[in-house]
Design a binder for this molecule. Structure first.
Ligand code: NAD
Ligand code: TYD
Length: 352
């Protein structure tokens, strides 16, 4: 691909900001248009190191606004889309499922329509890349892995909305011959992760000496991937992925929540100069999440064999870098946890 004008949606969020940074720095010949509504999860501070670059620009647009989307395609001659904008937190989806239907389903269809209208008969010369999650596959028992052919079986309003958006992307490929690709990735962690998700929430609570609310028996399993490795996978799939294919992306890195929390406590104690065992005293078992998926684990052998991708950092390295980042960016943490975050926390954890 030579010169591209790539619309990255959700670029002010956690994963999106890493993808924007990678593309802006690595591809000076591309124009990167970051489109984001700046919800509670979107923060332009996440991009302060690249926002002055000449190949970067920002559009504050909600993907529910179909007219505004069409104008953005026309104004910037968008050649390709990498779609990350979404409501992304399972617990919020349990409280407000419709928000997830609006943004994740209707927003995605709006974006598909805007792309289809703008690209017209040249649909096969452009790429619509949809970033999705392993949660669409539902829950695994003690064994087994999600492959690209595992049947969809979403259990939360979040995963149901992402599954629906995946189906729409597939349908546009089939029906209108739009060139698409979908990746389904496991749990990410790393810098700029909003502290409502397990790892950043617990880092923040350890710093502020608040309880660490472990849901249920703590034996739920997730497969963790460093966010920069996800961004590298997206780069690879964007450039080398096969038309209309799906690729699973995962860390080959399963952890039971309680084991991960204990490792986090140990690393935090070391870095904070606490006596061993200090942070573990904050662990508090709380009421379980309804419909809590027992285990996720990705078989990432297709992207590994076909495109040569594999994670570049070990979990210990990634987690250590992540903790260091939060410890040296407490101003960022203070900004995102002031205001609305306090009432969110109060509502989400008051009755657990
Ligand atoms: P995030 O919540 O940190 O960021 C989402 C971004 O989308 C924010 O910047 C927000 O402002 C923006 N946004 C939300 N609603 C919007 C709307 N209506 N219009 C325009 N922008 C809107 O999410 P994330 O963790 O970075 O996830 C990004 C994508 O990756 C999502 O599609 C998510 O489903 C997928 N994903 C996430 C993970 C993970 O572990 N975080 C794993 C696999 C896949
Ligand atoms: P989360 O980071 O919300 O990601 P997801 O639900 O998309 O996998 O949660 C990761 C795991 O941690 C999940 O099993 C739920 C659990 N969890 C807790 O035990 N306590 C918490 O406060 C949170 C936010 C999550």
């Amino acid at each position: 691909m030579s010169s591209r004008n790539i619309l990255i949606t959700g670029g002010a969020g956690f994963i999106g900001s890493h993808v924007v940074r990678l593309f802006v720095n690595k591809y000076p010949e591309y124009k990167i248009i970051n489109l984001d509504a700046l919800t509670y999860a979107g923060n332009l501070e996440n991009l302060s190191d690249v926002d002055q670059s000449s190949n970067y620009l920002f559009e504050k647009v909600n993907i529910l606004d179909a007219d505004a989307l069409s104008q953005v395609f026309a104004r910037h001659h968008v050649t390709d889309v990498i779609h990350l904008a979404a409501e992304s937190h399972v617990d919020r989806s349990i409280h407000s499922p419709l928000d997830f239907v609006y943004t994740n389903v209707i927003g995605t269809v709006n974006l598909l329509n805007a792309a289809k209208q703008y690209w017209k008969e040249n649909l096969d010369q452009h790429l619509f890349y949809h970033v999705s999650t392993d949660e669409v596959y539902g829950a695994l028992g003690e064994t087994g892995l999600f492959t690209e052919t595992t049947a969809y079986h979403p259990n939360s309003p979040y995963s149901a909305s992402k599954a629906s958006s995946d189906h729409f992307v597939r349908a546009y490929a089939e029906t209108y011959h739009m060139r698409t690709v979908i990746t389904n990735c496991s749990n990410n962690y790393g810098p700029y992760h909003f502290p409502e998700k397990l790892i950043p929430l617990f880092i923040n609570n350890i710093i502020t000496k608040k309880p660490l609310p472990v849901y249920g028996d703590g034996l739920y399993t997730r497969d963790w991937l460093y966010v920069k490795d996800h961004a590298l996978a997206i780069d690879l799939v964007f450039h080398k992925g096969e038309k209309d294919e799906t690729y699973n992306i995962g860390g080959f890195n399963e952890w039971k929540n309680i084991d991960l929390v204990k490792l986090l406590c140990k690393l935090m104690d070391e870095k904070l100069g606490n006596a061993p065992g200090t942070s573990e005293t904050l662990i508090t078992y709380v009421k379980d999440r309804p419909g809590h998926d027992r285990r996720y684990a990705i078989d990432a052998s297709k992207i590994n064999k076909e495109l040569g991708w594999k994670p570049t950092v070990t979990f210990e390295q990634g987690l250590s870098e992540t903790i260091d980042w939060y410890l040296s960016n407490q101003e960022w943490l203070n900004h995102v946890t002031s205001g609305a975050y306090q009432s969110y926390y109060q509502n989400m954890y008051a009755n657990r």
